[in-house]
Design a protein around this ligand. Structure first.
Ligand SMILES: Cc1cc2nc3c(=O)[nH]c(=O)nc-3n(C[C@H](O)[C@H](O)[C@H](O)COP(=O)(O)OP(=O)(O)OC[C@H]3O[C@@H](n4cnc5c(N)ncnc54)[C@H](O)[C@@H]3O)c2cc1C
Length: 487
């Protein structure tokens, strides 16, 4: 759903435009999805926007690298969104890049015995019955296990912390007492770890409830996968940025903000880039938590104690022929978790040579301690698993490979972390925080980042007497799901 984009002055707040005739200036530090979303929302609210990104290209963690062998862009790690990611999808729609997101309604699971399960929620059944065909499609589970999974999903949706409970349980502790081991290993573990980017031993149950309710139960389209069919660097670094520039946003890349400058009253007056002070009526810090803590010491709780990152690894493989005959696959009960094959037209017009290699990547979330840190063993394991599943992989020759691990890919959503995630408004009246680690109610994802940017832009707009559009609505939940999730 697209929201209104009119800018309504708020008479209770000061509007610098009234004094100078110029629109209020907001400076956004960081050009990841949070900063880009904030820029879009702030400019729609009538603010003059200057975005400053430290790297050569915007996109932050949702970025690509140049594969020198072929001169093509390759995503550091495949990103996917779900149907429930309404703000991310809305931003893509507004920027005209939604056409390069492929919608997969069917989730392809590959069981431990190699059997394929095509799991598609029914669009014609009301929630939560829409999940029945998805569950029945899981051929690697017995009927008993499918029933146990359905009951577990509903119990999870209606879970709420006991009043006396100081800390919420971890997913592993809660599931171990209520779900069969095989269902945990072959459903909950891969689903939770890929949705939250963290091990079930560490994630708090409230984050898992969010995945169950918003990602599965809420709506027949909630679990749809939205898979970029062009490199992220092209989608966000070029096209989204190009769209923002066409709307008057000024974007400076390759420049690190060294400090946030404040006046004697503590208000922010701008940011320092090299010797230059870039003046601002409001500043949005859309940088990771450590960078935010460095730029404004004392503003956040001690970040190294409060926040931990969780690693995600992508194993990039180039074969001499396509090896996967599915749009994607969830590999359960293995080291490899997801496999994606690059669309053959994804790089049309971008390739520097005619090398006919076929790129696929295996994504492994919560990848700390993977294969004891032995990269050669990891590569052998992953390739061996693909050969065991896809007959074409047995015939194919592996031309080259690359393993990319981001040690702090996402915020680890451990029990209690939501109590320390800060809101957009900070203790400084005209300084605002954005980023997937801030308090959005969402895990650390592209959706969380876009929401945080929009929330920060709304708060910044308010501080200068403007009004920004509200968040895009969630997918509608029927009465039954609302009751269940509230109970
Ligand atoms: C390997 C991996 C896989 C992932 N998979 C998925 C997925 O499948 N689905 C999903 O939804 N999410 C996924 N995520 C998470 C998603 O990428 C992030 O949640 C999102 O991109 C975070 O955006 P952000 O803007 O909050 O932060 P960032 O992307 O980290 O952006 C912050 C920006 O600030 C810049 N910056 C920092 N300091 C300064 C400074 N002093 N001056 C100027 N600029 C500065 C940085 O260069 C960076 O560009 C994945 C992340 C990783 C790493």
């Amino acid at each position: 759903m697209t929201t209104s984009h009119t800018s309504i002055p708020d008479p209770s707040a000061g509007d610098p435009a009234a004094e100078t005739g110029q629109p209020p200036q907001v400076v956004i530090v960081g050009g990841g999805l949070a900063g880009l979303a904030a820029a879009a929302a702030a400019s729609e609210a009538g603010l003059a926007v200057q975005l400053i990104e430290g790297r050569r290209q915007c996109g932050g963690r949702a970025a690509s690298f140049e594969d020198v062998s072929e001169g093509t862009l390759v995503d550091a790690c495949q990103h996917v969104a779900m149907g429930c990611c309404t703000n991310f999808l809305d931003l893509c729609r507004l920027a005209g890049i939604e056409q390069w997101l492929r919608r997969d309604r069917t989730l392809w699971f590959i069981g431990p015995d190699g059997r394929r399960a095509a799991c598609t929620p029914a669009s014609w059944l009301p929630a939560p019955l829409h999940l029945a065909p998805l569950l029945l499609g899981m051929r690697h589970f017995s009927l008993r296990e499918k029933l146990a999974l359905a009951v577990g999903m509903l119990r999870l949706a209606s879970w709420k912390p006991a009043v006396a409970e100081a800390v919420e349980p971890t997913a592993a502790a809660w599931l171990a007492a209520r779900q069969p081991e095989r269902v945990i290993e072959l459903f909950w573990q891969p689903v939770i770890e890929s949705a939250l980017g963290e091990s079930i031993d560490l994630v708090g149950l409230s984050a898992v409830k969010k995945v169950a309710v918003d990602g599965f139960l809420a709506h027949p389209t909630a679990a749809d996968l939205w898979v970029p069919t062009r490199p992220l660097g092209d989608l966000f670094g070029d096209r989204l940025v190009g769209w923002l520039i066409s709307r008057g946003v000024s974007i400076m890349t390759g420049r690190q903000v060294a400090a946030v400058e404040r006046d004697s009253r503590g208000r922010t007056v701008g940011v320092r880039v090299g010797d230059e002070l870039i003046a601002a009526d409001a500043v949005i810090l859309a940088v990771p938590w450590r960078a935010a803590a460095r730029l404004v010491p004392g503003l956040l709780p001690p970040v190294d104690n409060a926040f931990a990152g969780s690693p995600i690894t992508a194993v990039h493989l180039w074969f001499d022929q396509p090896i996967i005959d599915l749009p994607h696959a969830v590999l359960v009960g293995r080291v490899s978790q997801w496999v994606f094959q690059e669309e053959q037209n994804a790089h049309a017009g971008m390739s520097a040579n005619d090398d006919q290699s076929h790129h696929c990547q295996v994504v492994i979330s919560a990848s700390r301690g993977l294969c004891g840190g032995d990269r050669k063993l990891l590569l052998e394991t992953v390739v061996g698993e693909l050969k065991g599943i896809f007959p074409a992989a047995r015939e194919a020759r592996l031309l080259r490979s690359r393993i990319v691990t981001d040690p702090t890919a996402v915020l680890s959503v451990r029990p209690g972390v939501d109590r320390v995630r800060p809101p957009a408004e900070s203790a400084v009246p005209n300084l605002f925080l954005a980023g997937d680690w801030t308090a959005t109610g969402w895990p650390s994802t592209m959706e969380g980042a876009v929401r945080s940017g929009r929330l920060a832009a709304a708060a910044a707009a308010r501080s200068v007497g403007r009004t920004a559009a509200p968040l895009t609505a969630d997918l509608s939940k029927n009465r039954l799901i609302r009751l269940l999730a509230r109970s």
